[in-house]
Ligand binder design. Structure first.
Ligand code: GRF
Length: 196
């Protein structure tokens, strides 16, 4: 049984979808949900699901990323995960941290990578006049929002969409895609999951 730690910063809707998917004959189980803030809404959701939680506030480290990541690493070593899922985790991780977990760390990004790395992806897709948009699950490598693609889900852009409309449509697909990718990845299968 693979042990999965999920890192969050906010509401944790992707965390919740992942945690709920890990049941029955699924080859993985959640062993930790960790946030970079004590007040991340997802921590309460994890506690309600009976999943151990941790919080390491990044602010006291004032930009000393290595020290912040050492604190994360301590909590992770205690939980001994086989797989790390970044799910709405909004801190950039250094090469030092990534290299320790590379090959075992996934992230979900709200665009059809390699388009729109970084932030404000929905507004950028609308500004570009794209007819479709979506989300990507990828293996985390030191370069931001880069790394081998493990899955993508596409949604149509409809006339009059606001960034919020698009974000909601993409988020719905994130909650389908990420669990599907994790189930495959945990079984040792790295073939990409493509929706539709
Ligand atoms: C989602 O849009 C996801 O694509 C991005 O973080 C946002 C919030 O996710 N990575 P969640 O509700 O906290 O899972």
């Amino acid at each position: 049984m693979k042990r999965v730690a999920i890192l969050i910063s906010g509401g944790g809707s992707n965390m919740q979808a992942l945690a709920e998917s890990m049941s029955g004959d699924h080859p993985a189980r959640p062993v930790l949900v960790m946030a970079n803030s004590e007040t991340a809404g997802g921590l309460e959701k994890a506690r309600a699901m009976g999943i151990p939680t941790a919080a390491v506030d990044h602010r006291p480290y004032k930009g000393d990323r290595a020290a912040f990541e050492a604190a994360l690493q301590d909590k992770l070593e205690a939980a001994a995960p086989d797989i790390l899922c970044l799910a709405g985790f909004m801190r950039v991780l250094t090469e030092g941290f990534v290299s320790r977990w590379q090959g075992r760390m996934l992230n979900i990004h709200p665009s059809l990578l390699p388009k729109y790395r970084g932030l404000d992806t929905h507004a950028r897709a609308l500004a570009a006049g794209d007819s479709e948009h979506g989300c990507t699950v990828h293996e985390v490598t030191p370069a931001l929002d880069d790394g081998p693609i493990l899955g993508q889900a596409r949604v149509p852009v409809t006339p009059g969409d606001t960034p919020e409309d698009l974000a909601a449509r993409v988020l719905e697909q994130e909650h389908r895609l990420y669990p599907a990718v994790l189930a495959r990845f945990a079984a040792g299968d790295r073939r990409p999951v493509m929706f539709p």
